[in-house]
Design a protein around this ligand. Structure first.
Ligand SMILES: Nc1ncnc2c1ncn2[C@@H]1O[C@H](COP(=O)(O)OP(=O)(O)OP(=O)(O)O)[C@@H](O)[C@H]1O
Ligand SMILES: [Mg+2]
Length: 269
C-alpha cells in the first residue's frame, strides 16, 4: 500500500524557526553524539518546523513520514515491486536515510503498527543497525544518520503508547506553546502582520489556553494564530477571521463556541 510520505531534499534556505528554549543545542548534541530524539507536544506548536529547520541547518536530507494506523515496518524499510516485468527492491524512507545519510522523521509515531518498533529498536541503541530481512542486508547507520520521532501526548490512549523499551531509547524534549513575546514574533514573521494585531491574537490565545471548565480537546495552537493573522492580512473582517481560524477549528459544540466568542469579546474590549 502506498503511504503518505514526503521527501524533503536539502533546502538552500533554512526554514524559519524561533527557539523557545535549549532545543536547538539539544538537537545538535544528539546529532553529534548519534542519539535518537523524541519530540512531544501539542498540535501546531512547531515540532515539524523545528525538524525542517535543523535538517536544513545541518545540511542533510530530511525524510518525513506521517505515521498512521496502517503504517507497517515495510512502509519504512522498503518492498519488492514489479517494474518492467522484473522484481526490484525499492528502499523505503527509513532505509534511504540509513543508506545515504540524513534525518528520518517519524511524525505521530504512536500511530504506527507494532511491528515498526521491531525495526526501530536495533537502530536506536548503540548498535545502530537496520536489518532488512527481505533482502538479507544488515545496514549500519552512518554517522550522519539520525532518527527523530514525535507525538502528541494529549491524544494518547492506553492502547497507543510507546513501550518503555522504545521510549527509553530516545532523548526526549517536551514542546509547548511559546511564551507571548516569542509567539508574537512568530506570527509577525510568518504573516507580516503588525505588532498590535499580533499582540491581540497572542492575548486571545493566552486567555483561551487558561480557560478552565471548558471542554476543549486541545487549546488554540500557534498554527491557528498564524492562520488567523493570514486571514487578517488578506483583509478578512476580524470577527470572520476569528471564527474561521480559531472558534470553528476548536469546537463543534454550540455552547463551547459561544463561550469562546464571549471570552474573545471581553479581551477585545
Ligand atoms: N517556534 C516556531 N518558529 C516558527 N514557526 C512556528 C513556531 N511554532 C509554531 N510555528 C508556526 O506554526 C505552524 C505549525 O507548526 P508545526 O507544523 O511545526 O506544528 P507541529 O508541532 O508539528 O504540529 P502537529 O503536531 O499538528 O504536526 C508552523 O507552520 C509555523 O507557522
Ligand atoms: Mg507536525
Amino acid at each position: 500500500m502506498q503511504t503518505a510520505l514526503k521527501d524533503v531534499l536539502p533546502d538552500q534556505d533554512v526554514p524559519y524557526y524561533q527557539s523557545t528554549s535549549n532545543e536547538q543545542q539539544l538537537f545538535e548534541t544528539a546529532w553529534q553524539q548519534h542519539l535518537p530524539l523524541l519530540l512531544k507536544g501539542p498540535t501546531g506548536c512547531g515540532k515539524t518546523r523545528f525538524v525542517s529547520h535543523m535538517a536544513a541547518k545541518l545540511g542533510v536530507p530530511l525524510y518525513t513520514v506521517s505515521c498512521h494506523d496502517d503504517l507497517t515496518a515495510a512502509d519504512l524499510t522498503g518492498r519488492y515491486l514489479i517494474k518492467g516485468g522484473e522484481t526490484v527492491w525499492v528502499d523505503g524512507p527509513l532505509t534511504r536515510a540509513v543508506r545515504h545519510g540524513g534525518i528520518c522523521y517519524l511524525d505521530e509515531v504512536v500511530e504506527a503498527r507494532k511491528d515498526v518498533t521491531v525495526v526501530l529498536h536495533p537502530l536506536t541503541d548503540d548498535r545502530r543497525l537496520l536489518p532488512l530481512d527481505r533482502t538479507g542486508e544488515l545496514l549500519e547507520a552512518p554517522a550522519n544518520f539520525m532518527l527523530v520521532v514525535s507525538y502528541n501526548p494529549g491524544y494518547q490512549n492506553l492502547l497507543k503508547q510507546l513501550k518503555p523499551s522504545t521510549r527509553q531509547r530516545f532523548l526526549a524534549v517536551e514542546f509547548d506553546f511559546p511564551d507571548a513575546e516569542t509567539e508574537k514574533a512568530v506570527i509577525m514573521r510568518e504573516t507580516g502582520i503588525d505588532v498590535e494585531r499580533a499582540a491581540l491574537l497572542v492575548r486571545i490565545a493566552g486567555n483561551i489556553r487558561k480557560l478552565t471548565g471548558i471542554d476543549l480537546e486541545e487549546a488554540v495552537s500557534t498554527r491557528l494564530l498564524v492562520y488567523c493573522a493570514t486571514l487578517l492580512m488578506a483583509n478578512v473582517a476580524f470577527d470572520d477571521a476569528i471564527n474561521a481560524a480559531i472558534i470553528e477549528p476548536l469546537s463543534d459544540d454550540a455552547d463551547i463556541k459561544a463561550g469562546l466568542r464571549e471570552a474573545i469579546g471581553i479581551i477585545r474590549g
